[in-house]
Write a protein that binds this ligand. Structure first.
Ligand SMILES: [Zn+2]
Length: 338
C-alpha cells in the first residue's frame, strides 16, 4: 500500500509518499481501506516533533473514514464491507478509566497519527472498538474530517455544563475546534458570540448562527459586555494572547473551558477575580467513546453541520497541509483516496 511517511521532525516537508507493507489486523483489530483522511493542526505539530512520534518513520493523520477490508481474530460485530468513521482515540478497553468511559485517563491512551500510525495511508489497522458505522446521511468528505475537532468541541461544551438559556463566547473562531464548538453551542440552543482576527471568519460565524463577532486582538471584553452584559461560558484555545480578555468577558459564576493554547502556554490569573466572581477554569482534552457517539448523532441528524473547506487528492497532501498551515481555510481540509 501507499502511505505518507514522516522521516524526521523538521516539519511537513519531511513527509514522503512511499510504498510500505500492507498491515494485517491482529486480534481485536480491523483494517480499514481509507476513503477520506482529515487533516488537523496535530499533523503539523507532530511533523515538527511537538510531540515527537514514538517511532520514525511515522504515518500521521488522526481522522478518517473508509471501508473495512479485513477483520482480525475475535472481532465480533464488524465485517468486511462495513463503512466506518474512525475514532482517533485508542485505549485498552479494560482498565477502570476505560470501563467508566474516561478513556483519555487510560494508561494506554493514544491518539492515532500522534503516537500510533495514523490515517494518511491507503489502509489502516486499528482497534475494532475505535470506530462507528458511517450513517448514510454523513457523506464521505464530512465523515473523514469531522471527528477530532467535533469530538473535542463536544466534550468542551459538555464539561462547561452549558444550558440552552446561556451565552457563550468562542475565542479565535477560525480554528477547527473553535468553529465546531460554535456550531455545537448553537445546536444546544445557546446564544453565541465569537472573536477572530479575520473579518471573513467572523462573517462565516455570523452566517452560521453567531450573533456577533469581535476582533481577537482588541479589548473584546468591553464589546462582549456591551452586547451581552457578560457571558456564561468562554471557549478558549488561544491562551496567553486572549486570556485576560476572556476572563474579563465572564459573568459571575462563569466557566472558562480550555483545550489548548495556540498563542502562549503561560497565563496570569488575578485570584480575587476567581473567588469573588466564583469563576471556574475547566480543562478539557479529546473525548470519550460515548461523547464521540453523541457528536456523530448530532452530525447525522443535521443538528450540527461540519463544513468541509476542500478535499485534495491523496498525492497532494503537501499542498493540503500548506493550506492548513496558512490558516486560509473555513472548515475542514482532507485528502481523498480512490
Ligand atoms: Zn484503559
Amino acid at each position: 500500500m501507499h502511505a505518507w511517511l514522516l522521516h524526521d521532525t523538521t516539519g511537513p516537508d519531511a513527509l514522503r509518499l512511499e510504498e510500505v507493507e500492507t498491515p494485517e489486523p491482529g486480534p481485536g483489530q480491523v483494517r480499514v481501506a481509507m476513503k477520506v483522511a482529515g487533516l488537523n493542526h496535530l499533523d503539523l505539530w507532530v511533523s515538527r516533533g511537538l510531540p515527537a512520534p514514538h517511532h520514525l518513520p511515522h504515518i500521521p493523520g488522526a481522522d478518517g473514514a473508509g471501508t473495512i477490508d479485513a477483520v482480525g481474530e475475535g472481532v465480533a460485530g464488524w465485517q468486511a464491507g462495513d463503512e466506518v468513521i474512525i475514532n482517533p482515540s485508542q485505549s485498552c478497553g479494560r482498565c477502570e478509566a476505560c470501563l467508566h468511559d474516561r478513556m483519555m485517563f487510560c494508561k494506554s491512551y493514544v491518539i492515532m497519527g500522534e503516537h500510533e500510525p495514523g490515517t494518511l495511508a491507503e489502509q489502516v489497522v486499528l482497534s475494532a472498538r475505535s470506530m462507528v458505522i458511517r450513517p448514510p446521511s454523513i457523506d464521505w468528505p464530512v465523515a473523514g474530517t469531522f471527528g477530532l475537532v467535533s469530538g473535542t468541541a463536544y466534550r468542551m461544551m459538555s464539561r462547561s455544563r452549558l444550558r440552552p438559556d446561556e451565552t457563550v463566547l468562542v475565542v479565535g473562531v477560525g480554528g477547527g475546534v473553535s468553529s465546531a464548538a460554535m456550531l455545537i453551542a448553537r445546536a444546544m440552543g445557546a446564544r453565541v458570540f465569537v472573536t477572530s482576527q479575520s473579518p471573513e471568519k467572523i462573517a462565516w460565524a455570523v452566517a452560521n448562527g453567531a450573533e456577533a463577532g469581535f476582533d481577537s486582538a482588541s479589548e473584546f471584553s468591553k464589546a462582549v459586555k456591551h452586547a451581552t452584559g457578560g457571558v456564561d461560558v468562554v471557549v478558549e484555545n488561544v491562551g496567553q494572547a486572549t486570556w485576560d480578555q476572556s476572563v474579563r468577558s465572564l459573568n459571575p459564576g462563569g466557566r472558562l473551558v480550555v483545550c489548548g493554547a495556540t498563542a502562549g502556554n503561560r497565563v496570569e490569573l488575578f485570584l480575587p477575580v476567581l473567588w469573588f466572581k466564583q469563576l471556574e477554569v475547566i480543562g478539557s482534552t479529546m473525548f470519550t467513546r460515548s461523547e464521540f457517539g453523541r457528536v456523530v448523532q448530532m452530525v447525522e441528524s443535521g443538528k450540527v453541520a461540519s463544513p468541509v473547506d476542500r478535499l485534495f487528492p491523496f498525492e497532494e497532501l503537501p499542498q493540503a497541509l500548506a493550506r492548513l498551515d496558512a490558516g486560509a481555510q473555513v472548515g475542514k481540509i482532507g485528502v481523498e483516496l480512490s
